[in-house]
Design a protein around this ligand. Structure first.
Ligand SMILES: [Zn+2]
Length: 111
């Protein structure tokens, strides 16, 4: 894996991303713990559909946030930049493009 400088840049990028995603979740009315939607309050199909879209969006943001948290944890543990599937090093350009990625390009293309 690359130089310490590169890792520090990626760490900063991941922290910024984390803040950005948390903010987006806040705007959707979703806190850190689970969903804020009231399941018993779907009073019309339209509202239910909008809630559904909200939920899909919130879920994808939460997934992205989990990946960012995971990447930050791996940075702390010194395992950052390793593919979680095959264990080989993820290339620096790929990490710079997708700092929270968990897989090398070969494994990602097989998913
Ligand atoms: Zn791999």
């Amino acid at each position: 894996m690359g130089s310490a400088d590169t890792l520090e840049v990626l760490r900063t990028t991941l922290r910024d991303e984390r803040e950005h995603l948390s903010h987006q979740l806040g705007e959707l009315g979703v806190g850190g713990e689970g969903m804020a939607f009231d399941e018993n309050f779907a009073d019309s199909g339209q509202v239910a559909a909008e809630k559904g879209e909200h939920r899909v969006l919130a879920n994808s943001i939460q997934d992205a946030l989990a990946d960012v948290d995971r990447a930050l944890k791996k940075l702390d543990e010194g395992t950052y930049g390793q593919c979680e599937s095959c264990g080989s090093a993820i290339t620096e350009p790929r990490l710079e493009a997708m700092p929270a990625t968990r897989y090398c390009i070969e494994c990602a293309s097989r998913r």
